[in-house]
Design a protein around this ligand. Structure first.
Ligand code: BGP
Length: 492
């Protein structure tokens, strides 16, 4: 009989830039994310800009950069999904009541930095922004729901991008520390769990989205990563000083990667892929830069802009737990093979053993057990699955329901796999927050139709719709799952 730990934190996850909306209300100023247009599986989202001569243009959010003199700017003929998102800002009471109905123990959300410090480096916070989240946290506490708060989920204040080139500049460490201390002090007693940077390792691929860098060399990204890692350690220090009961986690994008063949060249490729993301956790959770990473910098003749104090902070204030996102797995090879997902990293190929969704994301029934074991064997710290879920083009039926048996089947498989990691492998797992527990805007494509929710939101790819909320079949299933503390998995 599956028995999840007594205080297992069942819940759901969101991010301000995909869920909150009200981008220019309540004293908030824009973040870099507010300049990302919609896109699709075939067409990448773009970041739009203008220059001092009034010229306009756009860049692919992942692979291109702004040029000197170009700054993020809105174009009148484009649609920017983060501006409204699915409007948590005006639906928070109703949405928290739905979470309570689901029996959530935990709600993962992010605070929008530019709602608290509109320019990013202001000396005084925006009271209206602070009050908004205070209302949210108090409402959660009414229902016994613990907030899990991400401090930066892809939305660096744009003013920091324009004036400092984002996280490339060390001064952001202090701005972030001020922001972290401000919210931790204000929400003392209301918020016990924080994450510093969402998917910090995606900084290597999306300098603009994850780091607010308008332009960069490879070395600028390395410096930005160092700055975020030190800032994270400072946030851990602040949290422990403010309230020893607060736990601060790191957040890693971690989907197990398989070598597609037993060719040693594929094993080497796998080793490189793995360490190119795990080094972030080696520093943030383990407290040390791995030797290979230092050698890499040395070979490039690159000297980090660092201080001896940085390394003391990293060692003394490593994260209290390791959280991660994991949707499926991927396969890599040096050989010619069929490519699964057009937007995936180079050398990533289709895994013939697995099904995929319409966006090419694999559905892997064993992925959570594998990921949890790999991470626990390496870090020996409590783990938390803070993103997992299935993106699907759900249709609202005539009875105002979504019959999403495919999502229930995905969740069953994934949670059984997670349960095995707890039961067979004795891994301490703090909780599970299903991604996009309510429909929100896709980060990768900016679409609405890539829906993850247990709750359907009436809004289309261009932001049209009533924003009414409707329970899907998976809502009832997840509610029963939580009520039984996982036991209904046994009936499957
Ligand atoms: C993660 C992000 C989330 C989320 C999720 C699903 O990388 O942390 O913000 O959106 O992926 O991705 P997508 O929205 O592209 O389907």
């Amino acid at each position: 009989m599956p028995e999840f730990p007594e205080n297992f934190l069942w819940g759901g996850a969101t991010a301000a830039c995909q869920y909150e909306g009200a981008w220019n209300e309540g004293g908030r100023k824009p973040s870099c994310y507010d300049y990302l247009t919609n896109g699709s599986h075939q067409k990448m989202r773009t970041a739009t800009w203008k220059d001092s001569e009034g010229r306009e243009g756009f860049y692919n959010q992942y692979f291109e950069q702004f040029e000197e003199g170009q700054i993020p700017a809105l174009h009148l003929d484009r649609y920017y999904p983060s501006h409204q998102s699915t409007d948590f800002y005006h639906h928070w009471k109703e949405d928290i009541a739905l979470m309570a109905e689901l029996g959530f123990k935990c709600f993962r959300l992010s605070i929008s930095w530019s709602r608290i410090f509109p320019e990013g480096d202001d000396m005084k916070p925006n009271e209206e922004g602070l009050q908004f989240y205070e209302n949210v946290f108090k409402e959660c506490s009414k229902y016994g729901i613990e907030p899990l708060v991400t401090l930066q989920h892809f939305d660096v204040p744009v003013s920091l991008a324009i004036r400092y080139n984002g996280w490339a500049d060390r001064r952001l460490i202090d701005f972030f520390e001020r922001y972290a201390r401000t919210v931790m002090e204000r929400y003392k007693g209301l918020v016990k769990y924080y994450l510093t940077f969402n998917e910090i390792n995606s900084l290597e691929h999306t300098g603009y989205v994850t780091g607010g860098l308008l332009h960069h060399t490879k070395e600028d990204l390395w410096q930005a990563a160092h700055n975020q890692l030190v800032a994270s350690a400072k946030a851990v220090k602040a949290a422990h000083e403010i309230d020893p009961a607060i736990m601060v986690g790191m957040m890693l994008a971690y989907e197990p990667i398989y070598a597609a063949t037993c060719d040693p060249k594929d094993q080497l490729l796998l080793m490189e892929r793995n360490r190119s993301r795990l080094w972030f956790a080696d520093v943030q959770v383990g407290g040390f830069y791995p030797a290979w990473r230092k050698r890499l910098y040395q070979k490039h003749g690159f000297q980090l802009n660092d201080t001896p104090e940085d390394y003391e902070l990293l060692q003394d204030y490593s994260a209290d737990f390791l959280s991660f996102s994991c949707y499926g797995s991927s396969a890599v090879t040096t050989h010619e093979m069929e490519v699964g997902n057009a937007n995936a990293m180079p050398n990533t190929v289709k895994n013939p053993y697995l099904e995929t969704n319409a966006w090419g994301w694999s559905i892997d029934p064993d992925v959570l057990r594998i990921a949890l074991n790999q991470l626990y064997d390496r870090y020996h710290k409590p783990l938390w699955v803070v993103e997992n879920g299935l993106g699907w083009s759900d249709e609202l039926s005539e009875d105002r329901h979504v019959h999403d048996s495919y999502r229930i089947s995905y969740l069953k498989k994934n949670l059984s796999s997670l349960y095995q990691a707890i039961d067979e492998d004795a891994i301490p797992v703090l909780g599970y927050t299903v991604w996009g527990w309510i429909d929100l805007v896709s980060a990768g494509t900016g679409e609405m139709k890539k829906r993850y929710g247990l709750v359907y939101v009436d809004m289309d790819d261009l932001g049209q719709g009533t924003l009414n909320r409707y329970r899907k079949d998976s809502f009832d299933w997840y509610r029963d799952l939580i009520a039984s503390n996982g036991k209904i998995l046994d009936n499957e």
